[in-house]
Design a protein around this ligand. Structure first.
Ligand SMILES: *Cc1c(COP(=O)(O)O)cnc(C)c1O
Length: 403
């Protein structure tokens, strides 16, 4: 085991700090380490593995298509891409989709679309377009995107950043109203902030933002890379508020836990700003990715995973609230996107994650205080209950050690 840690640490950049476990196999909600120990995965790769590890239908679709045709570039039509885009539009209520690979690329696509829409449709003067974003946001790791971040570590050492981004507090619709000028192209927002620590905004926030955007001819861009694909108990988290965004970014679970697949979705008048050669991606929309993306959406609906996320999410939150521990300061989230906030006076969230790991539950802290609980949506109630029991056990033992 130490040899494996050393190899990764000696030859890799140190841009991650993994928990000390070597995973070798996965199936459904379970993963196994190189010693044969089994874990329940409560992280699901930051929600990329919502369908569970190695979902048989998705693996079948992948291997079948891999033998047929995988990568040809967008220089040609394929028999797979159109169907995938049509499905994406149907389930998201948007007119057109632009396929990319990672979430960050979908966000970059949205930013480019919004700026070009501002210049060509809204008639904002050249190079004056502004995009409003939120404090605490996480939209990925490119230079433009970390330029929008309020997180010092994400930015430090990577400047200079592109201009034209304005940051406002998250959850404050009035701040949006005040930030908008004649040059505002778009407001980019996560319906629930994931990496910030599972931050759920006040009720009605997104609806108010939608109204403000409409009044001012500003695009509402919802980054649903983490919250989309059923994670919060609706296909899109913005569906909870009956909001219809002008643009949506999907990623993570869109790849079915097998491939990086992302997309930017929008209305005709926004997407039509792109003409051949404006923007693209060598791998975006390749037949393998399109096959998996389509199958990933089908599995969500056919296996009723969205309703299950809603029901089991409520159950998880209510069970966690019944754990009577001074170490817990808050339980928050929606669907199977839940944050367990640990009182930093006692332990860091990482301490709790390390203890959970020893008892067969994989999780990862976000920031110092939040234990992220976001299992594959295929988890059963019984499995969830066993996780809650393990969490209760860990907290009781940890509490006993503080006295
Ligand atoms: C993970 C994430 C991204 C970035 O996705 P990558 O695939 O890592 O580039 C963007 N937005 C949100 C909300 C995310 O959670």
């Amino acid at each position: 085991m130490q040899a494996i840690f050393d190899c990764e640490n000696n030859y890799g950049a140190h841009n991650y700090e993994p928990l000390p476990v070597v995973l070798v196999r996965g199936e459904g909600v379970s993963v196994w380490d190189d010693q044969g120990n089994r874990y329940i995965d409560m992280m699901s790769a930051y929600s990329a593995v919502s369908h569970g590890h190695c979902h048989p239908k998705l693996v079948n679709a992948l291997t079948h298509q891999a033998k047929q045709l995988a990568i040809v570039s967008r220089a040609f039509y394929t028999d797979k891409l159109g169907q995938f885009l049509q499905k994406l539009c149907a389930v998201s209520g948007q007119d057109r989709a632009l396929p990319m690979n990672t979430g960050a690329e979908a966000v970059e696509t949205a930013l480019k679309a919004a700026r070009k829409w501002a210049y060509t449709v809204k008639k904002v003067p050249e190079n004056k377009a502004e995009i409003v974003c939120c404090e605490g946001n996480f939209h990925g790791r490119t230079i433009a995107i970390v330029g929008m971040s309020s997180e010092a570590q994400y930015r430090y050492g990577f400047g200079p950043f592109p201009e034209g981004f304005i940051t406002i507090p998250y959850g404050d619709a009035n701040a949006l109203r005040k930030a908008i000028t004649a040059n505002t192209a778009a407001f980019i927002v996560e319906p629930i902030q994931g990496e910030a620590g599972i931050i759920v905004p006040p009720k009605g926030y997104l609806k108010q933002c939608e109204e403000i955007c409409r009044e001012n001819n500003v695009l509402l861009l919802c980054d649903e890379v983490q919250t989309g694909m059923g994670r919060t108990g609706k296909f899109l988290a913005s569906d909870h508020d009956h909001v219809k965004p002008d643009g949506i970014m999907l990623g993570k679970a869109l790849g079915g836990g097998l491939l990086p697949v992302s997309a930017f979705l929008s209305r005709h008048d926004v997407m039509n700003v792109f003409t051949p050669g404006d923007h693209g991606s060598t791998f975006g929309g390749n037949p393998l990715a399109a096959t998996i993306g389509l199958a990933a959406i089908d599995v969500l609906f056919n296996e009723n995973l969205i309703a299950q996320a809603a029901e089991l999410g409520d159950h998880l939150q209510s069970e966690l609230r019944q754990i009577n521990s001074p170490l817990i300061t808050e339980v928050r989230g929606k669907g199977l996107m839940v944050g367990l906030v640990i009182n930093p006076a006692y332990y860091s969230a990482r301490d709790i994650c390390l203890r959970l790991l020893k008892l067969g539950v994989l999780s990862k802290e976000t920031h110092e205080t939040v234990v992220r609980l976001a299992p594959p949506l295929v988890i059963t109630k019984q499995q969830l209950d066993s996780v809650v029991a393990t969490i209760a056990k860990v907290l009781t033992a940890a509490e006993a050690e503080t006295v």
